[in-house]
Design a protein around this ligand. Sequence first.
Ligand code: LFR
Length: 490
Amino acid sequence: MSILAFDLGASSGKVLVGEIKKNKLIVEEIYRFANDPVKIGTHFYWDILRLFHEMKQGLLKSKFLGFHIQSIGIDTWGLDFGLIGSHGELLGNPYHYRDKQSLGMIEKVCDIVPKEEIYFHTGIQFTEVNSIYHLYAMKCSRNPILEKAETLLMIPDLLRYFLTGEKTIEETIASTTQLYNSQSKSWVAPLINKLDLPIEIFPDIVETGTQVGSIRLSICNELHIPKIRVIAVGEHDTASAVAAIPTAEKEFAYLSCGTWSLLGTEIDTPVINRQAMEWNFTNEKGVFNTYRLLKNIMGLWLIQECKRAWERDGDFLTYDEMVDLAFQSKPFRSFIDPDHEMFLNPEHMPKQIQYYCQLTNQPIPRSKNEILRCILESLALKYRFVLERIEKLTNKKFPGLYIVGGGVKNNLLCQFTSNALARPVWAGMEEATAIGNLMVQYISLGEIKDLQEGRMIIQNSFPLKTYEPLDSQLWNDAYEIFKKVIESHN
Ligand code: LFR
C-alpha cells in the first residue's frame, strides 16, 4: 500500500512515498522544493501559497510515477499558525517564528499570568518563538488580522484545511503553542482569557492518527487524481522524528538533529516541577500516549547561518567542505553557548560568534576553520550538559544517544557528540521525520499494530552507524571550561 508524506523542513519541503515490503519500510523521495521564508520590511513570513502549489506538484508527481496513493500526512516545524476569516480564506501570510515581533513578549505575558501558572498548565518551555508570544504581540499591536480572525490553524493543519476543508488542530502541534494542556487535552482557557486572546478562534483538537477527511473534489478534479484519505499524523516534525527512533527500549535518549537540535527522552507523563521549569525543559506531546521531555538547542542553524553569511560575501562552501575545515582546525580554542539568545536570528552569524568570544574573554576565532570548530565542539558539549540535566530530572542513566535527522550526515558532529558524552552514539535516518509521518499513517490504516511494532519495522529497515567515544579525558577537561564560559554569560 503506497502512502505519501509531506515534510516541510527549514532546508526544504519534501514529498516521500512509503511502502511496506517483506516487513521493511521502503521510503523514496519523489519531489523536493524550496521552503524559504520571505522577509518584507521588518517581518518574516511563510511563503504559504507557493508551498501549497508545491504540494500539488508532489501529488501530480506521485501520479506520474504510477503510485496509487492511499493516504497522505503533513508535518512541519512547530509554533507557526495561520488565521482564517469569515469567508474561509487565509488572512495574511503566516509569520515565521523568527519574526522579531515577539521580542520582549515573555515578560509582558508573565506580568499578566505568572510563569508558574503557564508552566503548570502546559509543561512547555519559555521561548520567545512560541505561538503564545506571537499571538500576544499581534494583540498588542492591534493587528487587524487577529481582530478579524475566526479560526487559528497551525501550519500543517492550515495546509490540511486547504486540501480538505476540515478545520482542526492535531494534538502534537497544538502542544507547541504553549496554550494547550495535553494532559487534559484542552486549550488552557484561563490563560487565553487572561491574555484577552479570542478564545473562539481555537478549534477542536484531533488525536494523532485520526483520519481527517479526504482531498476535496475540486482539487481531485484539478489534478485528475482519485480521492485520497488525509491523516493527521504527528504533525509536529519533532513528534514524527521521535516516533521513528528505531529502538525496542522503553527508555532511551535521542537527538533529533536538524536546523534545531532537540535532545530529550520519551516519557509517559510530563515532568512538570520547579526544577524542570527553572532549567526551562519542555514536555511536548508525542504521538499516541507519549510525551517528549526535551530541550531545544540551537543546532545546525549556527552552521547554516554561517554558510549564508559567507555566501553573501561571495564565498560558496558545501556542508562537507565546512566539516573538513572544522576538522583541520586546532581543538578547544573557544566555546559559545549555542543557545544564547544572541544567536537566534543575528544579522551575521560568524561576527556574532566572534563577538560572543570577545565578551567572554576567549581567543576570538578568526578563520572559517576556527569558527566552525568552535560551533561543532560547543554543540557537542551542550548536548552533554543537557543530557546530564535530563538524567537528573528523570533519575535515569542512558547508555548512549540515538541521533536522527539531517545532522547524521555530519560525521564530525556525531563523533564529537560521542566524545563529549563518553558514550556511544547510534546515528542514521536522515529522513526520520518523514519516516515517522509514514509510520503513523500505517498505524492509522491498520497496517502496523502500534508504535512499538512500527519502531521494530523501522529498526529492520534502516541501519544505524555506531560512533564510539575517543579522547574522553580531553573532552572532559573541555567540558569544565565550557561550563564556566556559558555560566559567565547568560
Ligand atoms: C524542529 C522544530 C522544533 C521547534 C522548532 C520551531 O524543526 O519543530 O521542535 O521547537 O522547530 O518550531
